[in-house]
Write a protein that binds this ligand. Sequence first.
Ligand code: ADP
Ligand code: MG
Ligand code: ZN
Length: 278
Amino acid sequence: MTWLLQVVDLHKRYGPGCPACAELTGPRQGRSQCPRCGTVHACVAANFSLQAGEVLGIVGESGSGKSTLLQMVNLSLPADQGQILYQPPESGAAVDLCQMNGYSARHFRNDRLGIVHQRPELGLNMHFSVGGNVAEKLLLAEWRHVGRIRARTSELMRQTELPPERIDDEPHTFSGGMLQRVQIAKALASRPSLLLLDEVTSGLDLSVQARVLDLIRRIQWEEQITMLLVSHDLGVIRQLARRTIVMKNGQIVESGLTDQIMEDPQHPYTQLLVSSAL
Ligand SMILES: Nc1ncnc2c1ncn2[C@@H]1O[C@H](COP(=O)(O)OP(=O)(O)O)[C@@H](O)[C@H]1O
Ligand SMILES: [Mg+2]
Ligand SMILES: [Zn+2]
């Protein structure tokens, strides 16, 4: 199988670190913050690969480092160490995204990546209309023709089941579920090769959550787009992700096929997650 992304030995810490950090932090110690120096080891030696077209789940409790990992892949947070290898679907030569300069990284993010945040204000300009938000992403990806941008926006609104007549309305007039659809429309605008989803249904009522998950499933089916799906909720992950990574205190403690993890969790922490999801 061809891979799209390979994350190799990726690290991120918040703080200066000290000689005692390694011994005092991690899943066995049950904390990611060093009691000696206060540094948070939010992502330690993360390794995984992402096949083209697959949905990979990242599950773990709040504070386990999921968003930190996702932001590094989104090139919006620099890694301290490690590689994020990207193999373009159209050619074989892999590149290390961590080595890109600022300009190339921005271009890559706008053109090849789409991200949906838990909080819509992080992903949307709340003072722009829906059309303005999608146009912003397309302009950054160097779309220039106003008519084409407008047509693409209408197409995206249809695809994400947003009423097309609301193209000029501002986000603050939309419900929570619709705001997530607007974020998804914006994220998909440039036809990215990788969609990053960070707790996209966490703030929603269960019925609304189910409909947004249905939409994501349909998009994955229609576009065959590769996705990294982050959630603290194994129930959400199991509905969409073929394979899953389990994070605890900044480290990956288990990974494998989601069905296998659900049926036969190996790590005590995963066993806890599974039993509370049943
Ligand atoms: N900018 C930051 N500065 C310091 N600590 C941070 C920062 N961002 C996140 N953290 C800490 O890093 C750890 C991982 O956070 P995060 O990646 O947001 O986890 P998750 O998304 O799994 O809840 C947490 O302990 C959090 O408090
Ligand atoms: Mg998070
Ligand atoms: Zn320390």
